[in-house]
Write a protein that binds this ligand. Structure first.
Ligand SMILES: C[S@@+](CC[C@H](N)C(=O)[O-])C[C@H]1O[C@@H](n2cnc3c(N)ncnc32)[C@H](O)[C@@H]1O
Length: 386
């Protein structure tokens, strides 16, 4: 991939990231990058089926809150290879018979994996066909799973995105420090030489041409001038867009996150990481497409247009929806037959290890869960876990 524009020119860092991750031929995801034990990084659904079992409990509660609709639409965005869908199906929630699970995934190669081990999968849909499906009663024939390159334009139900926002392209900017230069910003862009070797170049944002980026950057509290910080315009737009597609329901996003001011304090762009084959990758500009590029989600930025109704840690969220009960149940199953364990016993014991990973404060448990409740807001909307 030649990342820069015209010879000698440079492209915004967000464009570089978008191409490096999602170019349909050379991008990281198009060339086989993915979540999972055999993939490049481990996410909560990939730790094991326990995460999906807890999400299933949350789904049941949200289904009841919405008045037990049929269909009950779950739009999972950034579904990756479909692991969470398989865990939800396995957990067999009370809402299963009316559950329409839409697996929205931008990368075609990952959508092709959805069919594997997922009875009830009906293929790929988009546009009006997808919309029609979200409006057809299932009358107990669910769960139905459908893949889609984009979310339905409108629906009632739940939109859920686990570790999606950290994979949405972002820019890197800083405010000029000192004197009478307040309000002027630089951005990092990417230039490449004839051999395709990339390097960062600093470009002062133009007063008029870059007005939207400058205005957004000026609204962000980065804790001081002169420090590079991630500017997540595309993630902000994504939140606004997803909320607008939901008639009644909620948008739930789970990710590693901190405020921009907290992120900006980290030395050496410590809020940006690369991954390849479960190892930390190299410099983000090295061999574009060969590694994942991720960013800690800036909490203040993604709530800029609308504050979330519920903000809590993943460990708080999973505890609220009964992870301890599921672990205790697993332990009982294991202990009742540990002398001659079958699959159920092994699964039961595995819940103990999975819960440790999912709840660990310095890891997955410290992730942030944000919920935006759309329309009829239930009581829980006022709860703030931290
Ligand atoms: C870090 S992976 C997480 C996968 C899965 N949710 C998990 O937790 O294991 C992010 C996924 O989001 C997908 N993605 C990125 N932007 C997207 C978008 N705008 N719509 C749908 N999928 C997207 C990527 O292709 C990738 O598969």
């Amino acid at each position: 991939m030649v990342p820069a524009g015209d010879a000698g020119g440079s492209i915004p860092f967000s464009e570089f990231v978008d191409r490096a991750l999602y170019d349909p031929i050379t991008g990281f995801y198009a060339t086989g990058g993915r979540a999972g034990g055999r993939g490049d990084f481990l996410t909560s659904p990939e730790v094991g089926p326990l995460f999906g079992a807890v999400i299933s409990r949350a789904l049941d509660e949200w289904w009841h809150e919405l008045g037990n609709p049929d269909p009950f639409v779950l739009v999972e965005i950034g579904a990756g290879p479909g692991t969470l869908a398989r865990s939800i199906r396995f957990a067999d929630p009370e809402c299963a018979g009316v559950l329409l699970h839409v697996l929205v995934e931008r990368t075609a190669s990952q959508r092709l994996r959805h069919e594997e081990h997922l009875p009830g999968w009906v293929g790929e849909r988009s546009g009006e066909d997808l919309l029609a499906l979200t409006r057809r009663s299932l009358m107990g024939d669910g769960p139905v799973f459908v893949s889609a390159p984009e979310p339905p334009s409108s629906f009632n139900g739940i939109a859920l995105a686990n570790e999606l926002l950290d994979n949405i392209a972002f820019d890197i900017v800083r405010e000029h420090s000192g004197g009478d230069t307040i309000g002027l910003f630089d951005a990092l862009e990417v230039a490449s030489d004839a051999d395709g070797v990339c390097e960062f170049v600093v470009r002062a944002l133009d007063q008029s041409e870059d007005a939207p980026t400058r205005e957004l950057a000026a609204r962000v509290d980065s804790g001081g001038t002169g420090v590079w910080f991630p500017l997540q315009a595309q993630a902000i737009d994504w939140i606004t867009d997803m909320r607008s597609r939901i008639g009644t329901g909620r948008l739930v996003v789970i990710d590693y996150a901190a405020t921009t001011a907290q992120l900006a304090q980290r030395p050496d762009f410590g809020w940006m990481r690369t991954f390849q084959g479960h190892e930390r990758g190299s410099h983000p500009l090295d061999s574009p497409g060969s590694q994942d590029i991720t960013v800690d989600v800036a909490l203040d930025q993604i709530q800029m247009n609308a504050p979330a109704d519920v903000v809590e840690s993943q460990s708080h969220f999973l505890t609220r929806f009964g992870i301890d009960e599921l672990v205790a149940e697993g332990r009982r199953i294991w202990e009742a037959n540990s002398h001659a364990p079958g699959l159920s016993e092994i699964r039961g014991r595995s819940r103990i290890r999975e819960a440790e990973a999912l709840l660990e404060g310095g890891g997955l448990g410290g992730f942030t869960v944000l919920q935006w409740v759309v329309a009829g807001k239930p009581d829980e909307a006022n709860e703030t876990g931290r």
